[in-house]
Design a protein around this ligand. Structure first.
Ligand code: PLP
Length: 375
């Protein structure tokens, strides 16, 4: 197919099916033949593979990435009214999980990489010692600086849930994201770097007690069959999704991440246009490029139309701040400062396609179309 006609999508699930469909079919058949659909050996096997992949002792499968954050905060002992430091620039689910667990989000501005500004966090924690919880987000697949995060944890006794929904496999100076927080969470929403064929999520922890509490919380708060010690959720990973993830998706993850990195390198060297600024990952980040964010200094909508007219689907992450959403009443959260960096990013950011099934030709086409653009 000529490059003119080929559509370059933000995600290509049909190409993924071509590649992985047979493994998926085998996994589905095995679950069907087993006659066991909820919390059985498939979930246990996948949790064990995921924990090994991540290098964290315990993994607990959940219904989705948002619930994994709520369950994590509650397993860490969050009480209603507790303040939770977090970023205004993320999927809405990050903040929604904090609110649902009874926390009060405290928003701090982002840094030049689009990640919550750890120095601003330090300043705020110094002036408000009542903040004990922190939900940082490794946005775009960039790894936040874990050394600085660790220093914050230790200096202020923070309980941290690292939201790794966009960053599975990313490293900061050789350490895995998720290894500084008492909890790491991720999502298997289909577009994520490790996606299921439906909803799913997981939390990971080195702490056996937190893992046990999380297992109870995801299953109606049951500590044993018909014994309910706490108000829990119904948020279990399905046997079907666990089997698909374990057989068809996780074994491909390393290759997928490599491909994303190769494409990011090509974009980084190939896109040379004074009207397009690349957003760089922080120093020391071995990124996994869930998204490839750029800044369009003016006329972003026209840029996205330009891409679309050449068959390329771009995106915006995100068009507004979490604090601007109607669902968040001002009295339910605390906004620290003017969030100027995050606001400016919302106005200028555009995301280029970077899924692992892009061909080399596709990648060169995106680069050419970017380089042709003038506002
Ligand atoms: C996708 C995402 C979530 C939510 O995950 P779901 O599985 O859709 O609930 C949370 N945080 C971030 C940063 C995400 O990208």
């Amino acid at each position: 197919m000529s490059q003119m006609n080929r559509k370059i999508l933000a995600n290509d699930f049909k190409a993924q099916w071509q590649d992985a469909g047979r493994d998926v079919e085998a996994a589905v058949r095995r679950v069907g033949e087993s006659g066991w659909y909820i919390l059985g050996k498939e979930v246990t096997a996948f949790e064990s593979s995921l924990a090994t992949f991540w290098g964290i002792d315990h993994a607990v499968g959940c219904g989705n990435g948002m619930d994994a954050i709520e369950i994590s905060l509650r397993a860490l002992g969050l009480q209603s009214g507790d303040k939770v430091l977090t970023t205004p620039l993320s999927a809405f689910a990050t903040t929604l999980a904090i609110l649902r667990s009874g926390g009060v989000p405290v928003f701090v501005d982002t840094d030049p990489h689009g990640l919550i500004d750890l120095q601003a966090c330090r300043d705020l924690l110094q002036s408000d010692p009542s903040i004990r919880f922190f939900v940082p987000v490794h946005l775009f697949g960039f790894a936040m600086n874990l050394k600085k995060m660790e220093a914050l944890r230790d200096d202020f006794g923070l309980r941290i849930v690292e939201d790794c929904a966009q960053a599975i496999g990313a490293q900061s100076a050789g350490r895995n994201v998720g290894s500084v927080g008492q909890m790491a969470t991720t999502s298997f929403y289909p577009t994520k770097n490790l996606g299921a064929m439906g909803d799913g999520g997981a939390l990971l922890t080195f702490d056996e007690d937190f893992a046990r509490d999380a297992r109870a919380l995801r299953d109606y708060g049951q500590s044993a069959k018909y014994v309910h010690d706490r108000i829990g959720l119904n948020s279990r990973l399905d046997e079907l999704q666990a089997a698909i993830l374990n057989d068809a998706m996780l074994p491909r993850l390393h290759r997928w991440l490599q491909r994303r990195r190769t494409i990011a390198e090509r974009y980084t060297e190939g896109i040379v246009n004074p009207h397009i600024t690349l957003i760089s990952p922080p120093k020391g980040s071995e990124s996994v490029w869930h998204l490839f964010p750029v800044l369009i200094e003016s006329a972003r909508d026209l840029f996205l139309t330009h891409l679309q007219s050449h068959g390329i689907t771009g995106g915006i992450h995100y068009p507004g701040l979490i604090t601007d959403q109607q669902a968040i009443p001002p009295e339910s959260c605390i906004i620290h400062g003017d969030l100027q960096n995050a606001k400016s990013l919302c106005l200028r950011e555009a995301s280029l396609p970077i899924h692992p099934y892009l061909s080399d030709e596709d990648v060169e086409h995106v680069i050419n179309i970017c380089n042709q653009w003038t506002p």
